[in-house]
Design a protein around this ligand. Sequence first.
Ligand SMILES: NC(=O)CC[C@H](N)C(=O)O
Length: 400
Amino acid sequence: MATTAPWSTEVPTALLVLADGTVIEGRGLGAVGSAVAEVCFNTAMTGYEEILTDPSYAGQIVTFTFPHIGNIGTNDEDVEDLNPVTRAGAVGAVFKADVTDPSNYRAKDHLDQWLKKRGIVALSGTDTRALTALIREKGLANAVIAHAPDGKFDIEDLKRQAAGWSGLVGLDLAKEVTSGQSSVWKETPWVWNKGYGEQNAPTMHIVAVDYGIKRNILRLLTGLGAKVTVVPAKTGADEILAMKPDGIFLSNGPGDPAATGEYAVPVIKDLLKTDIPIFGICLGHQMLAIAVGGKTVKMHQGHHGANHPVKDHTTGKVEIVSMNHGFAVDSKSLPQGVEVTHVSLFDGSNCGIALSGRPVFSVQHHPEASPGPQDSHYLFRRFVNLIRERRKEPALAERA
Ligand SMILES: NC(=O)CC[C@H](N)C(=O)O
């Protein structure tokens, strides 16, 4: 069913075609061409550049519920993907309002040009509330987003492509977006009027397994005094342990955790045989849960936004967090010895686990924010404190 819209007298230059045959029209921007992916919605009001460059969005089209996207332009600093070869992130974007010229002192590029350079196909001028309502009602949808400046589309072919795509379930995308080689990360968090800093006097060594890692995770680790070595997703446990890490970090990433677990889970199981502190975020959380015997499930509409309330059962405190996941750990599947530490106050889904009496924990949400609130930054301190405890060093205050 085509939407009736104010531009219906014009020729639409972009289409979003859902697997059920729904056709949504709009104006094209960004890359010309098409992309098959899962369409989700993100409710964050800021941080579109970080969202679109989060490698966990590989295989997805992001519908922004905030109506004005692009008005602060783009810069070279707010990107979150690490691998310059894959430039992983969302493959498509849907906006309500047309993108205006950038107005911000940090802007380097217009969002339209930036989307083109990154190969992201986008559509503006559509009713994103209606699309969001549709996803909430029917669930995350497989779709094709297409942009043709002359407005010529083979709609039947687009419908076939959307309906024919097998979807994210069973898809391992971490292997597509991970770094090709190990590297040392030195950049520390952004400070007003100074920009990013550099960590040149680390006091501990963290090895971060890159399943599609976000830069701000690395910055927060270096900011707490770590040297961080980033290693590719398929690095073996022996190789990781040979680097003599004080702590091991399991990153976020795209795709189905169950599919990624095929190579990641055996490594995590081996790492769990040591007493080295381990911290996982999002995909890393899901794979840690699988490694200890739990299961993940596909969610109906996923969690993508920067205003999700989560309760930390270990302190009783509620934090407002950044989220980006379409799969979740099934709390009921977790064996004895695995504590549920965090729960979503939106739907009760699992948001964190810890292994009883061991320095191992993980969370579903994104404590690094970027974009989003910084309520959960304390989790990086919790991880660093586990490392400090093992090294018999005094703990940092959990909140800065
Ligand atoms: N941000 C992430 O790491 C996402 C994890 C996983 N791909 C999911 O969608 O649930």
